[in-house]
Design a protein around this ligand. Structure first.
Ligand code: NAG
Ligand code: NAG
Ligand code: NAG
Ligand code: NAG
Ligand code: NAG
Length: 199
């Protein structure tokens, strides 16, 4: 007959193992905590711009307070289901302007593009229709070259001018770059991507 303390120890071990298994499963299916925080920061930066009526906007991007919470099933976000890292961000038209205002739009979203450095496995970033201007240079556009998996960057329908163009050449992992409908003018040098859309 087993002594009382051994069977008690066994059941504690069983509970501990069960908790560990549950934790591992959660991390496996969830998203990376650091990346979840950054997504929430992006949402805050939009709210802080005071321009937007965020009613009904990014409703799924909520902080439920849990560590290792879900963000891979948020709208506009896609993760690699194996690693849990964010791979695709579709942040198009975050400023919610009607189309006729884009013709001459001014910077209204104080986006610091350095935030994207936190998404180590980012492959596709869609920032179209956001009234972004050359300020994205000052906030570290060139540094995005350290995102070695970034293949697709859509910057179309913004207010980006000449200064930005050269820096984009540093993003050597890019295969598709869409710069259509911006303020790029005159002759522009060739970049290394396989597809550069200018119109
Ligand atoms: C997800 O990540 C794993 C491990 O890095 C990689 O092998 C796989 O190709 C990735 N899947 C996608 C769809 O990118
Ligand atoms: C994510 O981006 C990659 C690279 O641009 C693309 O091939 C893939 O179709 C995108 N996936 C989704 C779910 O949008
Ligand atoms: C980015 O979003 C725009 C607007 O919805 C869409 O037309 C475009 O195809 C997207 N770009 C990529 C690379 O998926
Ligand atoms: C952008 O963010 C980076 C990293 O957080 C920071 O070092 C930098 O000062 C910011 N730049 C601007 C112009 O706010
Ligand atoms: C933009 O740069 C190109 C050459 O890089 C030049 O031909 C063009 O005049 C510039 N446009 C403006 C508006 O500065």
């Amino acid at each position: 007959m087993e002594c009382w303390c051994v069977s008690k120890l066994k059941s504690w071990l069983l509970i501990l193992i069960t908790i560990l298994i549950l934790m591992v499963c959660r991390i496996d299916g969830g998203c990376i905590e650091e990346e979840r925080k950054v997504l929430l920061e992006i949402k805050t930066s939009l709210i802080d711009s005071n321009f937007l009526d965020l009613n009904g906007f990014l409703l799924s991007w909520v902080d439920d307070g849990s560590i290792g919470g879900e963000c891979c099933d948020w709208e506009r976000v896609t993760c690699n289901t194996t690693t849990g890292h964010v791979t695709n961000l579709t942040l198009r038209n975050m400023v919610g302007l009607p189309e006729q205002f884009y013709e001459d739009c001014k910077s209204i979203w104080p986006l610091n593009v350095s935030v994207f450095l936190n998404f180590k496995e980012l492959t596709s970033l869609n920032l179209s229709w956001n009234c972004l201007d050359n300020n994205i240079v000052n906030t570290g556009l060139g540094r995005l070259s350290s995102l070695r998996k970034l293949e697709t960057l859509d910057l179309s329908h913004n207010s980006i001018g000449n200064e930005t163009f050269h820096l984009l050449g540093a993003l050597t992992s890019l295969r598709v770059l869409n710069l259509g409908y911006n303020k790029l003018e005159g002759y522009l040098p060739t970049l290394g991507m396989s597809l550069v859309l200018l119109n």
